[in-house]
Ligand binder design. Sequence first.
Ligand code: FMN
Length: 350
Amino acid sequence: MRIGHVQLAAPFCQAGLAGYSDRAMRLVARRRGCPYAVTEALLDTIMLRGGVGLRRSIDINDEDHPIAGQIIGSEPPQMAEAAKILADRGYDVIDLNFACPVKKIRNKARGGHMLRDVPRAMEILQAVRDALRPEVPTTLSVRRAFDDSPGAAEAFERITDAAWALGYAAIRVHARTVEQKYVGASRWEFLRTFKQRYPARTVLGSGDVFTAEDAVRMLRETGVDVVWIARGAIGNPWIFRHAADLLAGRAISPPTIHEQRQALREHFAIAREIHGEQGAGRRMRKLGMRYARFHPMEGQVKSDFIAVRSARDWAAVLDRWYAADGPGVWPAANAADEVNDTPADCEAAA
Ligand SMILES: Cc1cc2nc3c(=O)[nH]c(=O)nc-3n(C[C@H](O)[C@H](O)[C@H](O)COP(=O)(O)O)c2cc1C
C-alpha cells in the first residue's frame, strides 16, 4: 500500500474526524498499530490568517507520521497556499476535502459542494498540485456523488478522472452521497466498481466501518487498497491492530481493563497538552463514553465519565473502574448506533 512515496505498513488508516482526530487521538492509535492518519479538515482561510488559528491548525510531532493534512476551502489560490503551508510544516500528504456534507459548509462552496461545481473543483485540484513540489503526494476525499442523479455521477467521474490525470496519489471515497449525509448505508458495491476501474491506483474506501471485522470485510469485498476507519476508531484505538491480526488470520480479544486504562491515560495527557485542562475535559467526556464500551460495567462507567468536570474527576473514574485488571468485553452489537454521531461541522474548531 502506497500513497505516492509514502509506504503504509498495513491497509488501514485513521480518518479525519472533526472534533476527534487531533494529535492525541492519532498518537494513541499509532502506538496501537495505526499506520497512517489524517487530520480533521483544516480551513484554508484560518491557516492563511496566521496567528493562533494557524498555530492550532498545525499540530504534529515526530511520532505523528505518516500523516495527511486535510484542507477544506473554496478558492483555488487559498487552497493552494494552505497546501503549501502544510507541506512546508512537514505533513507527508495533502488531502483535499470535497466530501463534507454539512449544509453550512456546502453553502460556503466548500467540502461536498465541489461535487456539484466541477469547474471550481478542477481549478482547486490544479492549483494545489501546481503549488506543491512534485514529491509531495496529494490525495482527494470525495463522496460517491453529490446526489443520485445521472448528472452527479458524471460530475464525480470528471472530478476523479481529473485528479488521477493531475497526478493525485490516491482517492478516498465515502460511498454515500453528499445529500445522504449519514443516513442509509454506504454503498460498498460502488467502491468495488471504482477500484475495478482503476486497478493500478490507490483507492481508500470509507463508510460503515465500525469494527475490525468490518475493515477486513471491506478489503475483501471491495478490493480497495486501504480502509478509512472513522467512527469505528472513536474510543477504539485497538481497531487497527485487531484488523491487521484478523487479516493475518490471528485471533483477537478485547483490550484488558489495564490496557484500556493505559490508552485513556495517554489520550487525556496528550489532549491536556493540546487543549488545556478544560478543553481536554470536554473532549474526554465524550471519548470516555466511547472507551467505556469495552468495560464490563459499561453503563456505570459511562455515567461516571459524563459527570467528569475536572482532571481530578477524570482520575477518580479511572481509579474507581480501571484499577483492578481483568478482561475487557466487546462492545454490544448495537454499538454502531451509538457511534452514529453526525458532525455539526467538518472543520477543526479554530
Ligand atoms: C464527527 C465526525 C467528524 C468528521 N469529520 C471529518 C473530517 O474532518 N474530514 C473528513 O474527511 N471526514 C470527516 N468525517 C467523515 C468520516 O471521516 C467518514 O468518512 C464517515 O464517518 C464515514 O465513515 P464511517 O461510516 O465508517 O464512520 C467526519 C465524520 C464524523 C462522524
